[in-house]
Ligand binder design. Structure first.
Ligand code: NAD
Ligand code: TYD
Length: 366
């Protein structure tokens, strides 16, 4: 059992990172440590996701720093200033379609950014052979997409060979390899989790579920790539966050953990379910909405099926997913219905102007 003290969360203003910070402050009964959140606030990073945390804990047990994980000086200063003992590394360029349009930012943040953090951790923690036994840990958040694409049967296990097929998954695979290389070569205490597709509150509306919810509400076409039969394994984001905490506290150093929802859906069937839930909650005619489904050109290199075998984390750490898909989707749809101002602020550019005015690079650090 590890005791956590000062956690550096990277990308904490994004979808999963902000859910993770909420989870720690609101649902982790052992939580008594400090969180330092470094986020560059790119298009997907949103400080509104953490307004309540900032109000209650800002300057006491929560510290936000606007900055780039590729900035080695800044990252080193953060380790020093806050005496970091734990890194939970979410920050990434995360959308496959964007990586196809332009891989450059993915290589910079996902590969160089991870390298910068690993090196800062190694230097600050003065790693030696015996430090595997000390209290520090670098936890890297990764994806099932590093394993490539499955046929109709089979599951990704922790020993499935890597076979990334999009620029996004290639950069995530590269970062996983770097993390493991720092473990093997320098004895840096690390863990990695490879999770399946997350859904829930605060997800930027470019990913399938929030995009479809908003398009349903606004009567826009629902773009389905290819034949709509690609399969993803969906997990409610809070189940993912709980798994991360389990790994931080009890995970074995140098190990990878697969995390999945045991919940495989063809995109088109998921969309039918989502239409039914959203239309019912919003009082719209589901038949009319189904008529707006539009099959569009497939994503280049579109992976056919992802499916995770989570038996290792279940067996070793006693974790399992708790939120069933119907319940998770209902909560998610309700969240978007209740937070249309969040959507509007992203869309009308006001939020960006507010960030530019109120936050400069390296805010509050030195
Ligand atoms: P997201 O795009 O919502 O959030 C990423 C965050 O990182 C944003 O706040 C962004 O501003 C920040 N960021 C980007 N570049 C940065 C940089 N150079 N320096 C500092 N901050 C930077 O992504 P997400 O969906 O929350 O994903 C978080 C992590 O989880 C990623 O590493 C992703 O690969 C992984 N993951 C995501 C899923 C999923 O379904 N969303 C599934 C498995 C794993
Ligand atoms: P996405 O949410 O982008 O996650 P990932 O590509 O990382 O799995 O997409 C999930 C699935 O939905 C994927 O098979 C692509 C498909 N998709 C569509 O059919 N239409 C869309 O508009 C989007 C964004 C995704």
């Amino acid at each position: 059992m590890r005791t956590l003290k000062n956690i550096l969360v990277t990308g904490g203003a994004g979808f999963i990172g902000s859910n993770f910070i909420h989870y720690l402050f609101e649902k982790d009964s052992n939580f008594n440590y400090r969180i330092i959140n470094i986020d560059a606030l790119n298009y997907a990073g949103n400080l509104m996701n953490l307004n309540d945390v900032e109000e209650k804990w800002g300057g006491k047990r929560y510290f936000f720093v606007k900055g780039d994980i590729c900035d080695a000086v800044l990252v080193h200063d953060l380790f020093n200033k806050y005496d970091i003992d734990t890194v939970v590394h979410f920050a990434a360029e995360s959308h496959v379609d964007r990586s196809i349009l332009g891989p450059g930012d993915f290589i910079k943040t996902n590969v160089m950014g991870t390298y910068t953090l690993l090196d800062a951790a190694r230097n600050y923690w003065k790693i030696s052979d015996s430090s595997m036994e000390t209290g520090v840990l670098f936890h890297h958040i990764s994806t099932d997409e590093v394993y490539g694409s499955l046929g109709e049967t089979g599951y990704f296990t922790e020993t499935t060979p890597y076979d990334p097929r999009s620029p996004y998954s290639a950069t995530k695979a590269a970062s996983d390899h770097l993390v493991m290389a720092y473990n093997h070569t320098y004895r840096l205490p690390v863990t990695i989790s490879n999770c399946s597709n997350n859904y829930g509150p605060y997800q930027f509306p470019e990913k399938l579920i929030p995009l479809m919810i908003l398009n349903i509400l606004e009567g826009k076409p629902l773009p389905v790539y290819g034949d709509g039969k690609n399969i993803r394994d969906w997990i409610y984001v809070e189940d993912h966050c709980r798994a991360i905490v389990d790994i931080l506290i009890r995970g074995e150093r140098g190990c990878k953990y697969n995390i999945g929802g045991e919940n495989e859906w063809e995109n088109i069937n998921l969309l039918y379910l989502l239409i039914d839930i959203t239309a019912k909650k919003a009082g719209i005619d589901p038949v009319a909405v189904k008529n707006t489904i539009t099959y569009v050109c497939d994503r280049p290199g579109h992976d056919r099926r992802y499916a995770i075998d989570s038996s290792q984390i279940k067996k070793e750490l006693g974790w399992k997913p708790l939120v069933d898909f119907q319940t998770g989707l209902e909560k998610t749809v309700e969240w978007y219905l209740c937070n249309l101002d969040w959507i509007n602020s992203i869309r009308n550019g006001e939020y960006r102007k507010w960030i530019a005015k109120n936050y400069t690079e390296r805010e509050t650090v030195i």
